[in-house]
Design a protein around this ligand. Structure first.
Ligand SMILES: NC(=O)c1ccc[n+]([C@@H]2O[C@H](COP(=O)([O-])OP(=O)(O)OC[C@H]3O[C@@H](n4cnc5c(N)ncnc54)[C@H](O)[C@@H]3O)[C@@H](O)[C@H]2O)c1
Length: 252
C-alpha cells in the first residue's frame, strides 16, 4: 500500500542528491510532488523522472533565500494540487573547509540565509495550510553542526539553527497535529563527491567510521527514512533529530 497516497509534498533542492531521492520516493509512495529548486535544469530532470514512472509533480524555479520566491512556490503548490501536507527543507548552500577565522561575513550570510532563513520562510508559509488538517515537516540538519566539525563554521551554525527551529515548532504546533522533525544524513551525492575529491583523506576517515560500512544512497537509504517521517507511521514522533548515517556518529 502506498504510504503517501493523496498527499502533496514540497521538497526544496530536489534537482539532485538527497532532495531528488526524496522527491522520487515520495512520488513512488503516491504523493504529488512540488520541486522547489534553484537550478531549472535539475528541477526539470527530476520532474521528468517522476513523470516517466507515472508520478505527478511540478517544478518551480526557486531560490529558497527569497521569502517572495518561497511564497510563490507555496502558491504554485496550492494552485496545482490544492495544499501542502508535507514539507521537506533540504536545499542548502555550503561553504566548507574554511577555518573559523577565515569565515567571512558573506559566507555567514549565504549559508545562514539558505539554511535557517529558507527553512523559517517555508515553515511559516506552509503553516496556514497545515494548521487545519495537520502536516509533516522534515528539516535537513547535519552531524557537522551536532559535532561542531572543524572547517564548517557557517554550515554548522546554520544546521544547528535549523534544529532549533524544528524543536520550537514541534512544541508550538503539536496541538495542530503538525509533526516537525529533523534528519542528519550521510549520503553519496554530487556535493559529497566534490568534497571527497578535494579532501580524500578526510573523506576516507569519515566513511571508515560508518559501522554499516557504506555511505547512504539518497533514494534507498535516506529517502526511506524521510518517507517514514512524512507518513502516518510517525504520527507520534515529533521534535527529534534522526541520524540517517549508517551509525557514523555513534562513537562521538
Ligand atoms: N550528502 C551528505 O552526506 C549530507 C550530510 C549532511 C547533511 N546534508 C544535507 O542534506 C541536504 C542535501 O545535500 P546534498 O548532498 O544532496 O546536496 P547537493 O548540493 O548535492 O544538492 C543540493 C540541491 O539544492 C539545490 N539548491 C542549492 N541552493 C539552493 C537555493 N538557494 N534554492 C533552491 N535550491 C537550492 C541545488 O541546486 C541542488 O539541487 C543539504 O541540506 C545538506 O546540507 C548532506
Amino acid at each position: 500500500m502506498s504510504k503517501l497516497n493523496g498527499k502533496v509534498a514540497l521538497v526544496t533542492g530536489a534537482g539532485r542528491g538527497i532532495g531528488r531521492g526524496i522527491a522520487l520516493e515520495f512520488a513512488r509512495e503516491g504523493a504529488s510532488v512540488v520541486i522547489a529548486e534553484i537550478d531549472p535544469e535539475g528541477g526539470q530532470n527530476t520532474l521528468r523522472e517522476i513523470e516517466k514512472e507515472g508520478g505527478r509533480a511540478i517544478t518551480v524555479t526557486t531560490d529558497v533565500r527569497s521569502r517572495e520566491q518561497v511564497n510563490r512556490a507555496v502558491s504554485a503548490a496550492v494552485e496545482a494540487f490544492g495544499t501542502v501536507d508535507i514539507l521537506v527543507n533540504n536545499a542548502q548552500i555550503q561553504r566548507q573547509q574554511l577555518s573559523f577565522e577565515e569565515t567571512s561575513d558573506d559566507d555567514m550570510d549565504v549559508v545562514l540565509t539558505s539554511g535557517i532563513h529558507a527553512t523559517f520562510y517555508f515553515m511559516q508559509a506552509c503553516f496556514p495550510l497545515m494548521r487545519a488538517g495537520g502536516g509533516k515537516i522534515i528539516n535537513v540538519a547535519s552531524a557537522a553542526g551536532l559535532l561542531g566539525h572543524p572547517g564548517w563554521t557557517s554550515y554548522a551554525v546554520a544546521k544547528e539553527g535549523i534544529r532549533a527551529l524544528t524543536k520550537v515548532a514541534a512544541r508550538e504546533w503539536g496541538v495542530h497535529k503538525i509533526n516537525v522533525n529533523a534528519i542528519c544524513p550521510a549520503a553519496e551525492t554530487p556535493s559529497f563527491r566534490l568534497w571527497r575529491d578535494n579532501n580524500p583523506e578526510l573523506a576516507k576517515a569519515m566513511t571508515d567510521e560508518i559501522p554499516l560500512g557504506h555511505l547512504g544512497d539518497p533514494e534507498a537509504d535516506i529517502a526511506r527514512a524521510v518517507v517514514f517521517l512524512a507518513s502516518g507511521d510517525s504520527d507520534f514522533v515529533t521534535g527529534v533529530t534522526m541520524m540517517v548515517d549508517g551509525g557514523q556518529t555513534i562513537l562521538h
